[in-house]
Design a protein around this ligand. Structure first.
Ligand SMILES: [Zn+2]
Length: 243
């Protein structure tokens, strides 16, 4: 396997140098993470966020195709894995992490049958309890696979505020939010449809109580949280501590 990283930001990670010449042994999806196992025990974890994507193309077509694709994606690929006949190309600024512990550092998969909710709750209790529930649900080391959409939907369905610190929640509340995420995501995967109640519905009435849905960036990545201030109070009767 030939490996190169044309994008300068990706090249700075040194990932390509470490993988070049190694055989790709296994590819598996855990939630939204793609884990690529190379010989020698190296595991590349790729999380696509909103902008990243993998494309696979014939190797001989790569010269012509790369020019055409470059215009569409506005940049150079993050990583190119080149086999004898085909090549896989990673576009857009995703999370790239290479180490032997990448697999173990991921939390249990929310789409497992059944999902290990007990383990996820234990993981949530092992971190700083000042962190907000909505932020913790997106932490792939605690639970793998929940994205921004299902975080919003699961917290609304379980009537828990994304802004509530873990210290102010019970295990049952966290477990209920995780169970809702698993149920809603499984239903979406099985049906091929996304039924949204509040995600990207700022100002629209809450389907449960008709209060206007609110939104605001949350966490280090400032990803937009959506919530109903009436159904999902920060505390009983309190909409937000700073509101
Ligand atoms: Zn409501």
């Amino acid at each position: 396997m030939e490996v190169e990283s044309p994008n300068p930001r990706a090249a700075a990670t040194g990932v390509a140098e470490q993988l070049d010449g190694r055989r790709l042994e296994r590819v598996e999806a855990v939630g939204k993470n793609l884990l690529l196992s190379f010989e020698g025990g190296l595991v590349l974890r790729s999380h696509l966020r909103m902008s990243g994507r993998w494309t696979v193309r014939d190797r001989e077509a790569s010269d012509g195709a790369s020019k055409a694709t470059r215009r569409v994606t506005h940049g150079r690929p993050w990583l190119v894995l080149r086999g004898s006949g085909r090549e896989a190309v990673l576009w857009g600024g995703p999370v790239l992490e290479l180490n032997e512990r990448a697999v173990r550092r991921l939390g249990p998969d929310i789409l497992a049958r059944p999902p290990d909710l007990d383990r996820m709750v234990v993981n949530m209790r092992r971190i700083d309890q000042g962190r907000e529930v909505g932020d913790a649900l997106l932490d792939q080391r605690l639970v793998a696979g929940i994205g921004n959409l299902w975080k919003a939907e699961a917290l609304w369905a379980s009537a828990l505020s994304p802004w509530r610190p873990l210290a102010e929640t019970t295990d049952e509340q966290i477990r209920a939010a995780l169970a809702e995420a698993a149920r809603l995501m499984r239903r979406s995967v099985d049906s091929g449809r996304e039924q949204r109640s509040i995600y990207r519905k700022v100002g629209r009435p809450c389907p449960r109580c008709r209060t206007a849905i609110q939104s605001r960036g949350q966490g280090d990545a400032n990803r937009t949280a959506y919530w109903c201030p009436s159904c999902q109070p920060w505390k009983r009767g309190v909409r937000r501590p700073d509101a």
